[in-house]
Design a protein around this ligand. Structure first.
Ligand SMILES: Cc1cc2nc3c(=O)[nH]c(=O)nc-3n(C[C@H](O)[C@H](O)[C@H](O)COP(=O)(O)OP(=O)(O)OC[C@H]3O[C@@H](n4cnc5c(N)ncnc54)[C@H](O)[C@@H]3O)c2cc1C
Length: 325
């Protein structure tokens, strides 16, 4: 039986609201389904987040399907591969779209291998090309873009790093529960220890103040923390600061760090390398402080301050503290 739908698959979303990345793949899926003239389906593995039926309605999802199994809550890699592959073998979607989380990086290529379909990772956008799909993807660590053309039924993993427009209205969709026999799945990957982050996550922050190598010295990172505190936000960093041990990796914004989407992103002493921008280009407003007026970050910034970060930061902290008081 052919489903002939574009299917968005998500897993490990948690019980509460949807992370913004999930909404972006729903947005991409809706666009592709509309271009192909087919319905949009949403496959959820494991727990159904509370907001899912309402979000499904808003994104024009025609069918919301859930596979429940203890091995999928949280989703373990081998179980997820089997559940998704079995679903696709039965329903043959025109394209399967995943949000490229760390877990999806493991799962997507294996699903494609089982289905003998193409897989494209690091996807940014997708268009139709006759029967085929053209996917623009980030390559070489974000330094360049490539375009892949693949036949029907591919597995596409998208990096969610763009602002999602308001999805519109729609009545909540009633989920349909599917079964998949996962009893014979033996997980081959054992997680011995998970990285633990204390406190709120950059991914959810409304305001982020990030520092880069332009701060000059690890002691100066305290100014970033002070400004973030004064503005009620969180402190982020470019990768060199993590590599140098100024801050721990939970602060890193970028391709190999956190993908953020705050209302305000203030980048201080950051050059604007593509790998950093991959983690902050979905910010609603980006403000840059850099002493080099030619710095690439200014091409992305809505507002820019050209000058020495060590002179500008104390002034911003003073104003933010006064405004807060
Ligand atoms: C595979 C791969 C993955 C990567 N992943 C990430 C990632 O996730 N996140 C990330 O951030 N990077 C990542 N990188 C590294 C990335 O390519 C850049 O090297 C890095 O982002 C640069 O950090 P930066 O802007 O702080 O430093 P620099 O590029 O050194 O820029 C420093 C900036 O500060 C300015 N400056 C200097 N002094 C002052 C001053 N006193 N006042 C104001 N401005 C000043 C300079 O003009 C310059 O623009 C990755 C690279 C690779 C290859």
């Amino acid at each position: 039986m052919s489903e002939n739908a574009v299917t968005v698959c998500t897993f490990d979303l948690g019980r509460e609201g949807l992370p913004a990345g999930a909404e972006e793949v729903l947005h991409i899926g809706r666009g592709l389904a509309s271009d192909l003239g087919v319905p949009l389906h949403w496959l959820v593995l494991g727990d159904l987040p509370e907001g899912a039926p309402a979000a499904a309605g808003r994104y024009g999802v025609a069918a919301l399907k859930q596979i429940e199994d203890p091995k999928l809550s949280p989703a373990q890699a081998d179980a997820a591969v089997k559940a998704i592959s079995s679903y696709c073998e039965e329903n043959t979607p025109r394209a399967l779209i995943l949000h490229q989380t760390l877990d999806a990086r493991i799962v997507a290529p294996r699903v494609a291998g089982r289905l003998d379909k193409a897989v494209v990772m690091n996807g940014i956008s997708v268009e139709t090309q006759g029967e085929n799909l053209q996917i623009k993807a980030s390559a070489y660590g974000g330094d360049t873009r490539v375009i892949y053309e693949v036949g029907p039924g591919p597995v596409l993993a998208f990096i969610a790093n763009a602002a999602v427009p308001e999805p519109g209205e729609g009545d909540p969709i009633t989920p349909e529960t599917l079964t998949c026999d996962l009893a014979d799945v033996d997980e081959r990957i054992e997680v011995l220890e998970e990285a633990k982050f204390d406190g709120p996550r950059l991914d959810d922050a409304e305001i982020i103040v990030s520092g880069g190598r332009g701060l000059g010295d690890s002691d100066n990172y305290a100014l970033i923390q002070q400004l973030a505190d004064a503005m009620g936000g969180l402190a982020g960093a470019s990768r060199p600061l993590v590599d140098e041990g100024w801050v721990d990796s939970s602060h890193q914004v970028g391709l190999t760090g956190r993908i953020t989407r705050p209302n305000l992103y203030l980048a201080v002493g950051i050059s604007g390398a593509s790998q950093h921008m991959a983690g902050c280009s979905a910010a609603k407003t980006l403000v840059a402080v850099n002493r080099d007026e030619e710095a690439a970050i200014f091409q992305h910034a809505r507002y820019g301050l050209v000058g020495d970060a060590l002179e500008i930061l104390p002034e911003l902290i003073r104003v933010a503290q006064e405004t807060k008081a």
